[in-house]
Design a protein around this ligand. Structure first.
Ligand SMILES: Cc1cc2nc3c(=O)[nH]c(=O)nc-3n(C[C@H](O)[C@H](O)[C@H](O)COP(=O)(O)OP(=O)(O)OC[C@H]3O[C@@H](n4cnc5c(N)ncnc54)[C@H](O)[C@@H]3O)c2cc1C
Ligand code: SF4
Ligand code: SF4
Length: 343
């Protein structure tokens, strides 16, 4: 039977931050991650610098992954999931599954840092994601830039010069029941656009949006620089439909004109859907086993009524990397105080 003081479920930036904070107090921690490597969603993001750093925080994640492997009181198990949890007195008895192997563990404290999934854009059928190759999500674009190192149209590998970004895909949308703002997509989309405009000045971008969600103290001046960029058009209206024109091999976008309300049509070579976030699939059974509750928006209630169970990061509600780190630091402090109270 493995004995630790804290089990952290989820090796994203939230879980990593909790582990690093607790390691400063010499608390033995086990961090488990279901994927082959730690880092979570944010470890797939590209650098969004243009003339200078645009503060997307992606590189912070890479640095913290390196740090975690240097700490001797943090044990990290990847490709590991939970197959059962039972409370026995003041401790949790946890069964872990690593491939075919089973590991039994006892801990007094558990941190849920199971994170988020990007909204599944196929649910917005009118935008044709999964049907038209040149309709991609911002996450696909991020990965294209990080792993392929260039901007291409997936349908033919050619360089696109006319791009459109659709905001609020999967958020603030009554038709799908997600009324909350995902907080991060305005900033990440604009940072992606600035990085693309810097690297490929020939690219012209149309930014279709409802409102722009602020993101930190330097965001206002960054937004101003985006608005001054002649290659970015801001259109305060959300498209109703995309259809493919076989003759021109372009995607046509139907969108109400914000001034007249009349439907206009415009062709693009590549369309990027700025998807929001939802609670990760991996969270559901754990929420049930641990007797936790959901918020109105379907995330995990952070003030857990279960003694010894704590919640960290974006699984408690939409957050960017910066706010996830701040939240996870707060959670680590709560865990420390809980463990100290038991001594
Ligand atoms: C499309 C998109 C783009 C974004 N771009 C930016 C950006 O540019 N800048 C920015 O600051 N923020 C951005 N964000 C927000 C950012 O992704 C989050 O702030 C960050 O990922 C939250 O970290 P986390 O650790 O809470 O969750 P996650 O990154 O989701 O990590 C959770 C981890 O837990 C693991 N896990 C889940 N369930 C289990 C289980 N049962 N057992 C074991 N492991 C499990 C998952 O595999 C994952 O590794 C973006 C979000 C989206 C959706
Ligand atoms: S733009 Fe993002 S990844 Fe690039 S240096 Fe700045 S914070 Fe780091
Ligand atoms: S952050 Fe921006 S794009 Fe995302 S849901 Fe909020 S307003 Fe919409």
């Amino acid at each position: 039977m493995l004995e630790k003081e804290v089990l952290i479920i989820g090796g994203g930036i939230a879980g990593i931050t909790v582990a690093l904070e607790l390691s400063q107090f010499e608390i033995p921690v086990l961090l488990i991650e279901k994927n082959p490597s730690i880092g979570g969603l944010a470890s797939t993001f590209c650098c969004k610098a243009s003339e200078s750093c645009n503060k997307c925080f992606a590189c912070v994640v890479d640095k913290r992954i390196v740090e975690i492997h240097q700490k001797r009181n943090i044990q990290c198990l990847t490709r590991t999931e939970i197959s059962g949890i039972r409370k026995n007195g003041k401790k949790f008895e946890v069964t872990l599954k690593q491939g075919r192997e089973r590991i039994d563990l006892q801990v007094p404290a558990i941190v849920m840092a199971v994170g988020i999934d990007p909204y599944d854009a196929t649910q917005k059928g009118e935008y044709g994601y999964g049907r038209y190759l040149d309709v991609i999500t911002a996450k696909d674009l991020d990965e294209m830039l990080r792993y392929q190192g260039k901007l291409v149209r997936p349908s033919n590998g050619e360089f696109p010069t006319r791009l459109a970004f659709f905001q609020c895909v999967g958020s603030r949308d009554e038709s799908i029941g997600n009324l909350y703002c995902s907080q991060v997509c305005c900033a990440y989309a604009l940072r992606l656009i600035r990085a693309i405009r810097y690297q490929y000045p020939k690219v012209k971008v149309c930014f279709f949006y409802m409102d722009i969600q602020p993101a930190g103290p330097s965001f206002e001046s960054f937004l101003k620089s985006c608005r001054e960029d002649q290659g970015i058009r801001f259109i305060r209206s959300l498209p109703s439909k995309i259809y493919y024109s076989g003759a021109s091999h372009l995607l046509k976008v139907r969108v109400p004109d914000p001034q007249t309300g009349e439907v206009m049509e415009e062709p693009f070579e590549l369309i990027v859907l700025s998807v929001g976030m939802v609670l990760s699939q991996g969270a559901r059974s754990l929420v049930q086993w641990l007797g936790l509750h959901y918020t109105e928006d379907g995330f995990i209630e952070a003030s857990s009524s279960q003694e010894g169970v704590f919640v960290a990061g974006a699984c408690s509600g939409p957050k960017d990397i910066d706010r996830t780190i701040i939240h996870a630091k707060g959670t680590a402090l709560e865990v420390y105080q809980f463990l100290k109270g038991r001594d």
